[in-house]
Design a binder for this molecule. Structure first.
Ligand code: ADP
Ligand code: MG
Length: 321
């Protein structure tokens, strides 16, 4: 069972950035308004994600580390109603299977916090002072799966991926304060603000000022966000961020839908910038196709495609090339 747990964990926790992703999602699910991410040595030595969310009640803390024990899914129908980013109860147990985990947490109802340590399958808990919220510290990632550790060589490269992950959530959740420290150095300090202010922090003021708003609604579909003017583009798609019901996703379909209205306006080899939120009933999206939930499947692909294209077209129509 130990080995099985480690293999299963490998699908969710591939690298330091996957830990950061899962912990940020937990913080957002806990309604945090401020999230601090800190890594050392590319995250292999040390990752800490601290939030000011609801905290975990002491009596539920051991459950948080039991595989699937906290799954929010009890039936197939539940899967069509998922509103939270996490729902499988898989992330914390997976992280604990490949690292040493410490959770310091307190709810507003508790006068005293709790510190939980999970190491090599053993869990200990004791009372501890804590602000309201949760801080998860992950040490020695992949210490017990040396093959995985060897596969991921460069801490520099992994730190870069962590930064990209934090940016992805920071761009999608501008109302939440984000802070990122890499080896003690402050890489991002983002106070709560508008999407444009957030873009300015991450992409630079010049790019942010060139962005235009998108707002488009149909019966079951809402598309909002910021996109670049027809004349501005970048040489890669690295500046395209899509969120489906708040969940960051990679999607060729969405990229093509975004780019279609730019055709003939952007010079060849240039791609638009975008921070686009696609909201639709959860029943129309299958997020369960990918272990890391990074890809989604739409039950109405055509209407999503045309919705995004129309939304972009409408936003661009005020800006003749
Ligand atoms: P999932 O997010 O799929 O429910 P996780 O393994 O990521 O599963 O987390 C297990 C449970 O622990 C969550 O459902 C939640 O109840 C609790 N939890 C984890 N992280 C936090 C956090 N930062 N704040 C509050 N509760 C948390
Ligand atoms: Mg989770």
């Amino acid at each position: 069972p130990e080995v099985a747990a480690r293999i299963a964990a490998g699908e969710v926790i591939e690298r330091p950035a996957s830990v950061v992703k899962e912990l940020i999602e937990n913080a957002l699910d806990a309604d945090a308004t401020a999230i601090q991410v800190e890594i050392r040595e590319g995250g292999f030595a040390w990752i800490r994600v601290a939030d000011n969310g609801t905290g975990i009640p002491r009596d539920q803390l051991p459950l948080a580390l039991a595989r699937f024990a906290t799954s929010k899914i009890r039936s197939v129908e539940d899967l069509t109603r998922v509103r939270t980013l996490g729902f499988r109860g898989e992330a914390l147990p997976s992280i604990a299977a490949v690292a040493r985990v410490e959770i310091l947490t307190r709810t507003a109802e508790e006068t005293e916090g709790t510190r939980l340590l999970a190491e090599e399958g053993r869990i200990t808990m004791q009372p501890a002072a804590s602000p309201v919220g949760t801080a998860v510290t992950v040490r020695d990632l992949f210490y017990n799966t040396p093959a995985r550790r060897r596969f991921l060589k460069s801490p520099l490269r992994e730190a870069e991926r962590v930064r990209e992950t934090v940016y992805r959530y920071a761009l999608g959740y501008p109302e939440v304060a984000f802070r990122l420290l890499v080896d003690g150095r402050e890489v991002l300090i983002a106070p709560p603000g508008t999407a444009r202010e957030r873009a300015a922090l991450i992409w630079g003021r010049e790019a942010a000022e060139e962005l235009i708003p998108v707002f488009w609604e149909a019966a079951d579909l809402r598309i909002t966000g910021l996109i670049s003017r027809p004349t501005l583009g970048r040489s890669s798609r690295a500046f395209q961020y899509f969120y489906v019901n708040g969940r960051p996703v990679r999607s060729g379909l969405l990229a093509v839908a975004l780019e279609r209205p730019y055709a003939g306006r952007l010079p060849p080899g240039r791609y638009p910038l975008a921070i686009l939120h696609i909201e639709l009933p959860p029943a129309f999206v299958d997020v369960n196709v990918h272990p890391q939930k990074a890809e989604v499947r739409f039950s109405q692909e055509r209407s999503v495609y045309w919705g995004v294209s129309r939304a972009v077209e409408t936003a661009l129509s005020g800006f003749p090339s």
